[in-house]
Design a protein around this ligand. Sequence first.
Ligand code: HEC
Length: 144
Amino acid sequence: MTLLPKCLFAGLILVAGVAVAKEGVQDPTVKARMDLMGTIGMNVKVLGDMATDKVAFDATAAAAAKEALIAASADISAKFEPQATDPVAEAKPEIWTNWDDFVAKGEALNAAATALDPASLDGVKAGMGAVGGSCRDCHSTYRM
Ligand code: HEC
């Protein structure tokens, strides 16, 4: 249960200056997209820990994580559109040469999160396959 407030208030935490992004990132545009990925990662962890029985199923926490994932994935194209670089960035330049495909992969995550049924543990387990698959599908092509 300690993860949930973190996710819900990730925006506030960032305003307070606690970074989610990788240590040492300088460029503010790169930091913003890393923070977005960090938010996505936190919420996937909430669902993944339930799906793998690491934590007890909690329908309220699952629903909150689902909503946070939908919102964050809808923001992927806006956060990645400016082609910024940073020594610690892991974004491949192909993102901007294959932009439509990159956007489609972000939309695939959004669709997978939307389809996930957070009302039962079986629903979370069933939905996590597509969510995790969409992370891998984009990272394997566009992340170093
Ligand atoms: C549309 C493409 C795309 C999708 C979908 C996507 N990612 Fe990413 N992700 C990236 C890229 C590109 C980077 C590298 C960004 C950089 O370093 O500038 C990244 C980086 C990350 C990072 C590291 C952030 C940091 O601070 O360096 C995490 C964690 C992460 N993604 C988690 C996830 C998870 C979990 C999912 C699935 C639920 C996911 N991502 C889905 C493209 C994507």
